[in-house]
Design a protein. Sequence first.
Length: 216
Amino acid sequence: MKTVDDDGLRARKKRETRERIAAAARELFVAHGFDEVTVVEVAQAAQVSEATVFNYFPTKDDLFFGGGLEQFQAATLAAVRERPPGESAIAAFRRFTVANVAHTADPGAVELITTAARVVDGSPSLRAREREIVAATTDALAALLQSDGSDRLEAWAIANALIGVQRAIVAEIRTEILSGSRGPELITRVQQGADRILARLEFAFVVRSEVGGDGA
């Protein structure tokens, strides 16, 4: 008879296996480059079968991203979709994006950002996958803005502007961390810059539109 403890043990073993595979993959990617490493080599390093790797990570790209980028983009969309009544979509995006910069204070996040920047920079396939995920997020945000009342052209323009700022923030953080910048000063500077840019977009798309009887 299966018990709650059995379920907990099984879940822990699965989590440990996933983490072991991901750690082995990161180590190989950093040492040899993403495009030079095979899934078979990852499986051997993690001491599992190739089939087990694919059970946890459906594609080789997933071995690197691990769903993290998709989860971040999903959280971005959720912040806009689930915003409080009366708050504009751009204001919700601004609030979420500026607050999220603070995660770079975590030493673990700094290590991950450093690794990600170097591995992605050396892999055309990962850069292409990153662009695909960002493009899908832009489309989803544009659709969300349309559902809130923006026309198609306006929704597309706003979504591209917002995601463009988000990508600029990511690029800035990666560049600064790779150059050795760390700590509260970096976070404050990037947050202030992001807030300033997004405030201008909010004024351009929301305040002026409201004056004209329209809204984003």
